[in-house]
Design a protein around this ligand. Structure first.
Ligand code: NAG
Ligand code: NAG
Ligand code: NAG
Ligand code: NAG
Ligand code: NAG
Ligand code: NAG
Ligand code: NAG
Ligand code: NAG
Ligand code: NAG
Ligand code: NAG
Length: 497
């Protein structure tokens, strides 16, 4: 029996899908097929070993940041409506030797008590997708881009209603974040990303010292299911090593997140079958013949055929939101189309691409100051390789619970990529005692989703009717979720609240 390379069926389905896990654009799909070909060489071995503390203390340096905060102040973005809060954007050098600098966009809370509200970092996934493209401009940021690619409108459900929100383009090669050492684009991985993200944070806090002791939370979706816990682990390790609180981390929240490869993939096929996207027979074949365990190296032909059959069935829908329309015309329009923060235009990737590539926008953002030799993309076209991706982050989640951090895991229930069935399977593996049994949670008299709280401060919550990018598809529910998370209160169990 001919064995097929593992990479063909497993990595392509999971890791590579995650490379584009937040993009619908043609360009990103082309980027993916490049990677796909790379992988087909059967010559890349991604290190899947557990993420641990051994490589962190490589000396993240704090550089002087005086005067840089004021230079980063964004007076006004082109086409922006009037707002009262302050915005900042600019570069933080994360590694001088290599010439790596990360781009950030920061919005202060639009709240009179902003000086007591927490600092919330948001990370998108991929690997390779930009937090500016998705988090800031399509999900939880204060503005969204009109279909003219030139003007902005307000998102009244922006998360800076609840926190001071920091968006970071990471790792180098994503969006405006760059490296002067192009070898970095083929040597990236979870470990290097965590080290650089940590160096970014230390230096950013030096630039914005008023946030140094502020309660700090890390949030993110998709492949940020790796970035968020790995950065949190790095912070905890440094605090422990220094025997003091260097960064005042209080909790993490991840949505439709890559948590545990084996359960993520099984849950995905389970979702495809239970949502009538693939046949029960195909699902049965996959479960019977595919080996999704972390130590599997090859797959049988039967597995390959069933996985290909599943692919043929789902190819023509938006797997990131299975009931959503596709983008049928990616052109920018002369005049802005009618829009609403309550619904998402499936072509918005293209509007954001047009907007962020405008020279006057880049100038206002203090972005691309070194004339990066390629355009800004929502998901990176230059990151070509990913060296390490641990097969699970469950040990990290357990560590956080033991350290008293708040841990929330949410899931938009119409996402087919890292669906609710995957997340449920991953949490089940943790074998946690239940504190508050499964119940609907409410917003505005309607069921916002379902939740179950586990002993040790882990909350699981679904968001009803949301795809992979939860705040894009259910902005009001997402804002309610983050407010409860930050306040440390359980989601309301009755429509009376
Ligand atoms: C890829 O690697 C696997 C395991 O190392 C091997 O069995 C398979 O024959 C290789 N495939 C190709 C196309 O080289
Ligand atoms: C495998 O990859 C290494 C480095 O990534 C390269 O030097 C080598 O030539 C490749 N081998 C084959 C057979 O493609
Ligand atoms: C940590 O990870 C490294 C690299 O994967 C590995 O060599 C080492 O054994 C691990 N250490 C512990 C304590 O798990
Ligand atoms: C800077 O990056 C280079 C190349 O990626 C790496 O070898 C070096 O260890 C990094 N330095 C620090 C302080 O992280
Ligand atoms: C990268 O190179 C450019 C051009 O030499 C330089 O201006 C910039 O400061 C370098 N970036 C970093 C982070 O060192
Ligand atoms: C592979 O891992 C599974 C559990 O994930 C284990 O049951 C199995 O024995 C392992 N196989 C090998 C060859 O190590
Ligand atoms: C796409 O939209 C553009 C701008 O609105 C329009 O000019 C063009 O005719 C449309 N193309 C199709 C095929 O509908
Ligand atoms: C940076 O600016 C140059 C023009 O100076 C442009 O060609 C390039 O596409 C821009 N790159 C990014 C990442 O914005
Ligand atoms: C859970 O969080 C609460 C406050 O948020 C804290 O008082 C309690 O000690 C935490 N429980 C555990 C087991 O960490
Ligand atoms: C619902 O939540 C409230 C407030 O948290 C709590 O007092 C009450 O016991 C809960 N009711 C049920 C049925 O769980």
């Amino acid at each position: 029996m001919k064995k097929q390379p593992l990479i063909l069926f497993f990595s392509i389905l999971l890791i590579l899908s995650n490379f584009i896990s937040e993009s619908y654009g043609k360009k990103q799909i082309e980027g993916l097929s490049h990677l796909y070909k790379e992988k087909l060489k059967n010559n890349t071995s991604i290190d899947r070993s557990h993420f641990n503390g051994t490589h962190y203390f490589s000396g993240a340096k704090i550089h002087a940041q005086e005067g840089m905060k004021e230079k980063d102040r964004i007076e006004r973005l082109p086409g922006q409506p009037q707002v009262k809060f302050k915005q900042y954007g600019g570069y933080v050098t994360v590694n001088r030797t290599a010439g790596r600098a990360f781009y950030y966009y920061f919005v202060e809370a639009q709240h009179s008590e902003k000086s007591s509200l927490p600092l919330l970092l948001w990370l998108n996934g991929g690997p390779g997708c930009s937090s500016l493209a998705y988090g800031a401009m399509q999900e939880l940021g204060p503005f969204r881009v009109h279909s003219d690619g030139k003007t902005l409108y307000k998102n009244k459900f922006a998360w800076n209603n609840a926190a001071n929100v920091l968006f970071l383009e990471s790792p180098a090669g994503v969006g405006f974040s760059y490296s002067n050492t192009t070898a970095d684009f083929v040597t990236g991985g979870d470990r290097k990303t965590a080290v650089d993200n940590y160096a970014f944070l230390l230096n950013w806090l030096e630039r914005f010292p008023e946030y140094k002791n502020r309660d700090f939370y890390i949030s993110g979706e998709s492949y940020a299911g790796h970035y968020v816990p790995q950065l949190a682990h790095t912070i905890l390790s440094h605090n422990k090593e220094a025997k003091k609180t260097i960064i005042n981390l209080k909790g993490i929240i991840i949505g439709n997140a890559v948590i545990n490869d084996e359960t993520d993939v099984k849950g995905m096929y389970e979702y495809f079958a239970s949502h009538a996207l693939i046949s029960d027979e195909t699902s049965f074949q996959i479960m019977k013949y595919c080996d999704f365990s972390p130590n599997a190296t090859t797959q049988s032909d039967e597995c390959g055929e069933a996985a290909s059959e599943a692919d043929r069935n789902i190819n023509h829908i938006d797997i990131y939101n299975i009931y959503a329309p596709l983008c049928s015309n990616s052109s920018i329009t002369e005049k802005p189309k009618k829009n609403s923060a309550m619904s998402t235009d499936p072509c918005s990737d293209y509007y954001v691409h047009a907007y962020l590539n405008r020279p006057e926008v880049q100038k206002a953002l203090h972005a691309n100051v070194t004339n990066i030799p390629y355009d800004w993309q929502p998901c990176s076209g230059v990151l070509k390789n990913w060296q390490d991706s641990s097969s699970t982050v469950i040990p990290l989640l357990k560590e956080f619970m033991a350290s008293g951090l708040r841990v929330w895991i949410f899931s938009g229930d119409t996402d087919g990529r890292i669906p609710v069935t995957s997340t449920k399977r991953s949490i089940k593996l943790m074998r946690l005692p239940i504190q508050t049994f499964w119940h609907p949670w409410y917003l505005g008299g309607e069921v916002g989703g379902y939740t179950q709280v586990y002993e040790g401060n882990l909350t699981f919550a679904t968001v009803r009717g949301a795809g992979h990018q939860v705040p894009s598809f259910q902005p009001a529910r997402a804002l309610s979720l983050i407010m409860h998370f930050l306040a440390g209160t359980e989601l309301p169990n009755s429509s009376r609240y």
